[in-house]
Design a binder for this molecule. Sequence first.
Ligand code: GLV
Length: 318
Amino acid sequence: MKKKILVTRKLLKENEDKLKELFDVKLNQNDELYSPEKILELSKDCDGILSAITDKFDENLINKLSPSVKIIANFAVGFGNIDIQAAKKKNIIVTNTPEVLDDATADITILLLLGASRKVLEARRAAEKQDWTWSANFLLGKQMSNKKLGILGMGRIGRAVAKRARGFGMEIHYHNRNQLSKELEEGAIYHPSIKDLFKQSDFLSINCPATKETNKLINKETINYLPKNPVVANAARGDIIDDEAMIEALKSKRVFALGLDVYNGEPKIHPEYLKLDNIFLLPHLGSATKRTRWDMGYRATENLENFFKSGKPKDKVN
Ligand code: GLV
């Protein structure tokens, strides 16, 4: 008999077709954002759940899940939306979708750095108004080429960002929990402390996971380690930045510009960010290409399939 799977969000048709072939699936045709109560109700007779970052599987929800639910396959590389320890205690395996979204997310990171440094928001507003005139001093940005790029979190996405930034002639610096092998570093300079990394970062790219340790890691104190007027981009998770401190730094121009794809409490965005000009905002588009979403869907499906076949999904995170 086919295993029963709750799929909490609408996926690409190709992914849903594959899921239907392998499992007895409950799809979300209207792409409704399910409440925890609805997830509990819909999953009560299910063997697994294919979840998305918009679902908050906290301890309370996990503890109330039916004992039949044995796996939560998250449709994302990040899994901060799931209390993986609570899941482990309940013998629920959690998986993610690494690798397949590295390129798309690294592309978006470069877009954030460029969008912020070249004043794309102000430029768009000026172009729309059609009352601009070319002048030698009009909307001058900061040049990325040949500057130093600091990468916070040199995992697969951080390394894909480094690869692109080398094309701009940037010198790559990074901080990570552990130093990479020479082969993976490809000439990037390791800094064992955040302070040393930030001191070198004309441009700073945040590509680390959201953990207790990285929560509000970009704060009043650490922003002041950065050189004069840096450009900062966050394509990782909103809670890595202390918004109040960043807003103050943007207002005073201590930070030249900020590019954001992710937010604390998204889809809400801190209202002060929306009033600023030196910011470039995107609505969490890191992995938003058809190719990548397609691959993420297959990867999550494969994790479910392997779990029910062998108990060993490739991307187990707890
Ligand atoms: C997107 O934010 C992801 O974690 O996949």
